[in-house]
Structure formats: structure tokens, C-alpha cells
Write a protein that binds this ligand. Structure first.
Ligand SMILES: [Zn+2]
Length: 422
């Protein structure tokens, strides 16, 4: 099965392939086989990419998708507000079906905005049924998804048996383990979780910060628990030597600039991570507080770091959300490179909000938005075309999401209109 994208402006994010003002991309059996100015493939299905930017799909490697029904409620929150409401008030009232619809809608929404790969950082596993509902939703949503099993939130229970139960349900590249960090549980639990991940061949992700004197990386290092397969989420305020320890271990970092700035974590550490030789990635984190698309996330990260030291380029930002993100998920995607899976998106370059699209990468990072995402392919399969998701009954999903939101909100006595006060 062959698909040929013709006449688009190609942003490959692969230095060998380069960028093409006008180019074609040939896909065969879900894999990119050629990127060139002109490709002759008479037997291929043709997608006319005229007036489109052809680029890799975005990778979001940290999103608590189960919170989707409460989008926007925490626009003005601090982190303490978030913890109180989302984990303290709302989560106890989530039924498995509430997890399912928020995860399904959240995954579909991300795909709609061009996120072809998403790591669902799931920390609402109150029961096996809740975990199974989250996994079922990711399976039912088109798109490449990774289920990151998070041990409850700051809990000290063993997760061994449950992680093993989940592990056998998922392919190797579709599961990760969300560790409890050294500031959230005992070092014995951290070590046990990581040993389990090593045994089961799982990549790991862990929330860390250096605020209030936390030294999580030093603690992990002292117990020989730094891995190249670990992604450190946020990492605000870590001292230079801890950032260097991450870099030396081969680990990766996921920065959620909007959440970090708004909720009191401090400056996103993009510049310091780059200076230490790390290749940062970006993530939305949670939609109760911020937007769920990576265009907005890139713009925040870019503006903040430019304001601090002028030290980023738009190409850096696009690497964070594509090729770096894929690498941090252990995936060979994130660029339009022959031999890689065809996870790519087409943006409308003729839309008045971005016209004329003079400087492709600069315009993507400074001005593009989800409304431009015209076509999305995952492993060569078209999942969005002409601005419409294929095979997704959005009205039905919306109705189910509202029903779920109303159930949880009523059970928790929580107003969804932003009027909640601590
Ligand atoms: Zn998080």
C-alpha cells in the first residue's frame, strides 16, 4: 500500500533530508520510503499537499489524560489547588467509565491537534478496573499511545502485582512505568519500582524538582538508580550538578512550561538543560490548567527562554516536540526520515492567520495553532483529513464526556465554572 504526498512544503527535522520548499513524501506499508523534490509513484494513492506544511507529528510525553473532563477549571490555580481539587476532591469519585471517556476524548483531542504520539501519565489507578479503562480508551482511540502506569499519588503501597498484570496486556513500546519520586515515597519503594521496570523492560518517567531543598537526583544517584531510559518531568530548580548527573546518565527531561510557570514551579529549565547537553522535550501535563496542544507549549517555552537569555531558536523548539520527544519515548519517529514510521501531519499554510508562510519553522513555532491541522497520518494510516477526524463520533464522545463530568462534579460538590475557592 503506497501513499504519495505531493507538492507540500516539507519540514523534515532530519538534517540529512533537509527542508524542501516544494517536495513529495512517499509512504509504503506505513513507513516513509522517500522524501524528494519530485517522486514518481504511479501506483500510489495521492494526497495533494499543495498549500500545506508536511512535518512530523508532535510527541507529548507527559499528559494526565484522565483529567480531560475538567478542562479549564484550574486556569487560576496554584499547584496546591490542583492537588487539593484534582487528586483530593475529584479523583475519589472517578468510576472506571469516567477514566475511559476522559482518556478517550483526551487522546482524540491531542490527535486532532497533531499529537501523533502521546504518553498517558496515568495516576488514577484506584483499582485494576480504572487502569483497564484507561488502557481500553487508548486502544480505542486512533494514534500512537503509551500507557504510563503511575503508582497512586504519593502512596506507599507495592505496585508489583498490578504492574505485572498490566504489562502482559500491552506491546513493548506501548507501556512505561510512572515512578514515585524520592520526594513522594521511601527510597525502598523507588528502588523496588525501578527494579520492576528493569525486569519488565519498561522505560520510566518521574516527577522531580529541586524546590524547597529537594535533591532527588542526588538521592537516586547515591542508590545507583539513574537510568538512560528515565524521563525526568519538570525538574525545576535542580542544581547544576543534578542536571549534569541526568545528562551523564543518558536520561531525558520533559518540560511543561505553562504549568510550571503558572503553578509556582519557577522558570522552565530549557536553557540549563540544553547547556548541560540534554535534548529537552515538551509536554502539556494537564488540561484543567493549560491548553492540550503543543503549539501553545512551544510558544511559551520559546518566549520564556528568549526573555531570559535569547538562547533558543525556533528549530530547537520544533525538535523538542518532535524528534526529541520520540527519542525520550524510545521510538524511532519524530522526523521525516526514510525508514521511519510515517507519523506526520499537514498544516494549512494558506490560512489567513499564517499567510504568507514565509519562514516555515519560524511560523510554525510563533504563529501556528491546532486549527491549521488539516491531515494526520499515524503509521501511514490517515486518521484526520480535511480537518475532520476519521472514524470518530465526536458528538457522541462529547455527550458522554459531559455526562461523566457532571457525575464526578456532583459527587464531589465541585463547581466547574472556575468559581471554586480554597
Ligand atoms: Zn505531571
Amino acid at each position: 500500500m503506497k501513499t504519495l504526498l505531493t507538492g507540500g512544503t516539507v519540514v523534515s527535522m532530519d538534517p540529512t533530508v533537509g527542508d524542501l520548499a516544494r517536495g513529495d513524501v512517499l509512504i509504503e506499508d506505513g513507513v516513509i520510503v522517500e522524501v524528494a523534490a519530485r517522486i514518481d509513484a504511479p501506483d500510489a494513492e495521492v494526497i495533494d499537499a499543495t498549500d500545506r506544511i508536511v512535518m512530523p507529528g508532535f510527541v507529548d510525553n507527559h499528559r494526565h489524560t484522565w483529567q480531560t473532563a475538567f478542562r479549564g477549571v484550574g486556569a487560576d490555580w496554584t499547584f496546591a489547588d490542583y492537588a487539593t481539587v484534582v487528586h483530593g476532591m475529584l479523583k475519589p469519585h472517578y468510576r472506571p467509565e469516567d477514566v475511559y471517556i476522559s482518556n478517550l476524548f483526551g487522546r482524540v483531542e491531542a490527535l486532532y491537534s497533531g499529537v501523533t504520539t502521546m504518553l498517558d501519565w496515568f495516576h488514577a489507578a484506584q483499582s485494576p478496573e480504572h487502569a483497564d479503562a484507561a488502557i481500553a480508551a487508548l486502544r480505542d482511540a486512533p494514534g500512537r499511545s503509551i500507557f504510563c502506569y503511575g503508582a497512586g499519588y504519593r502512596t506507599d503501597q507495592s505496585i508489583d502485582a498490578e504492574v505485572r498484570r498490566v504489562r502482559v496486556q500491552l506491546p513493548d513500546d506501548a507501556m512505561a512505568l510512572g515512578l514515585r519520586g524520592p520526594d513522594e515515597t521511601t527510597m525502598d519503594n523507588v528502588a523496588a519500582d525501578l527494579k520492576l521496570a528493569d525486569e519488565l523492560g519498561l522505560r520510566t518517567s518521574v516527577h522531580v524538582d529541586g524546590l524547597d531543598g529537594h535533591r532527588p537526583i542526588t538521592a537516586l544517584h547515591e542508590h545507583d538508580l539513574l537510568r538512560e531510559t528515565t524521563t525526568y518531568v519538570h525538574a525545576n530548580g535542580l542544581p547544576d550538578q543534578e542536571i549534569q548527573l541526568i545528562a551523564d546518565s543518558g536520561g531525558t527531561v520533559s518540560i511543561s512550561p505553562d504549568v510550571e510557570l503558572k503553578m509556582g514551579f519557577g522558570q522552565p529549565e530549557t536553557g540549563r538543560m540544553l547547556a548541560a547537553g540534554l535534548r529537552p522535550t515538551l509536554s502539556a501535563d494537564d488540561v484543567p490548567a493549560v491548553a492540550g496542544d503543543l503549539f501553545a507549549t512551544m510558544r511559551t517555552a520559546y518566549a520564556v527562554q528568549r526573555g531570559l537569555d535569547g538562547g533558543l531558536t525556533s528549530r530547537d523548539l520544533l525538535a523538542f516536540t518532535t524528534v526529541n520527544g520520540a527519542g525520550a519515548c524510545g521510538l524511532a519517529t519524530g522526523s521525516l526520515t526514510p525508514g521511519k514510521a510515517a507519523d506526520l501531519i499537514l498544516l494549512r499554510s494558506d490560512d489567513p492567520t499564517v499567510f504568507p508562510f514565509n519562514n516555515p519553522i519560524g511560523t510554525i513555532v510563533t504563529a501556528a495553532h491546532p486549527g491549521l491541522v488539516d491531515t494526520v497520518l499515524v503509521s501511514g494510516r490517515i486518521v484526520k483529513r480535511d480537518g475532520q477526524l476519521l472514524g470518530v463520533d465526536l458528538p457522541a464522545l462529547k455527550a458522554r464526556l459531559l455526562e461523566s463530568r457532571d457525575h464526578v462534579a456532583a459527587s464531589a460538590g465541585f463547581p466547574v465554572d472556575g468559581t471554586w475557592q480554597r
